[in-house]
Design a protein around this ligand. Structure first.
Ligand SMILES: [Zn+2]
Length: 210
C-alpha cells in the first residue's frame, strides 16, 4: 500500500490519510479509519489491520482533484553523511567513514510534492542532493552503493537517542552533487530537482525566486 497525506475540497479537508491507487486516492480519514499519518505509523499491527479492513469501503477521490501534502510532519530528521561510496569518491575532502555519522535538519524544512523551494540572493551555492528516507522501520532495501545498510543506521542511532514514530532517517546522497561537478552546478530559480525511486514514484521540486 502506498500511503499519502492529502488535502481536498478546496482545503476544507486537510491532512487526511489516504491510499494511492493509480489515479485515485482512497481516503481513510473520511472512512473513519485513520485520523493522521502519525496514528498509522505510530500504531501497532492492529492499526494496519484496521486500515486494510476499511480500505474497500473508503471513498475514492480522483488524484487530480486532491493536493498531496508532505507524507508526515516529522519529529527528528536525521541525515546520514557520506553513505554512498561514489559520493565519497567525488568529494576530495571526504573519507569513507568506519562508523555512521549524522547531521540534523529542522522538522519545518519538510515540503510536500510540487512544493517549490525559494532561492534568495543570500544563498550562493544551492546544491541538489536526493536521498532515500525511512519513516520508522523498513526492510533492508540493500541499495547498491550504500556504505551502511538501513538497519545498521537505525541500530547505530538507537544507541544514542530514542527513535519515535514520524522520525525520519535519510540514507545519504549518491554521487553527482553539483558542488563536485566541473564546472560546479548550483541551483537557480527556474531549475527543478526530480528524484524517482523504483516502486515509489517521482518527486519534483521546483526552485523559485525568494
Ligand atoms: Zn478525505
Amino acid at each position: 500500500m502506498k500511503f499519502v497525506t492529502l488535502s481536498h475540497c478546496s482545503g476544507n479537508h486537510t491532512h487526511h490519510v489516504g491510499i494511492l491507487e493509480g489515479d485515485q486516492v482512497a481516503c481513510l480519514t473520511e472512512a473513519g479509519h485513520a485520523t493522521s499519518m502519525l496514528e498509522v505509523v505510530g500504531g501497532d499491527a492492529s492499526a494496519l489491520a484496521k486500515v486494510r479492513a476499511g480500505l474497500a469501503m473508503a471513498p475514492r477521490r480522483a488524484l487530480a482533484d486532491v493536493k498531496l501534502d508532505a507524507p508526515i510532519r516529522p519529529g527528528k530528521v536525521l541525515c546520514s553523511g557520506i553513505n554512498y561510496k561514489g559520493h565519497a569518491l567525488e568529494n576530495p575532502n571526504a573519507k569513507l567513514p568506519t562508523e555512521p555519522f549524522f547531521f540534523a535538519k529542522l522538522p519545518s524544512s519538510i515540503g510536500g510534492p510540487d512544493t517549490p523551494v525559494e532561492k534568495t540572493d543570500r544563498t550562493q551555492q544551492m546544491d541538489y542532493e536526493v536521498e532515500f528516507a525511512a519513516v520508522s522501520t523498513l526492510q533492508d532495501g540493500s541499495t547498491s552503493g550504500w556504505r551502511f545498510s538501513l538497519p545498521r543506521l537505525i541500530s547505530f542511532l538507537s544507541r544514542f537517542m530514542p527513535l519515535e514514530p514520524a522520525d525520519i532517517v535519510t540514507t545519504g546522497t549518491p554521487a553527482g552533487v553539483g558542488a563536485f561537478q566541473n564546472p560546479q552546478i548550483f541551483m537557480k530559480a527556474g531549475d527543478a530537482v526530480e528524484i524517482e525511486a523504483d516502486g515509489i514514484g517521482l518527486l519534483r521540486t521546483a526552485i523559485v525566486a525568494g
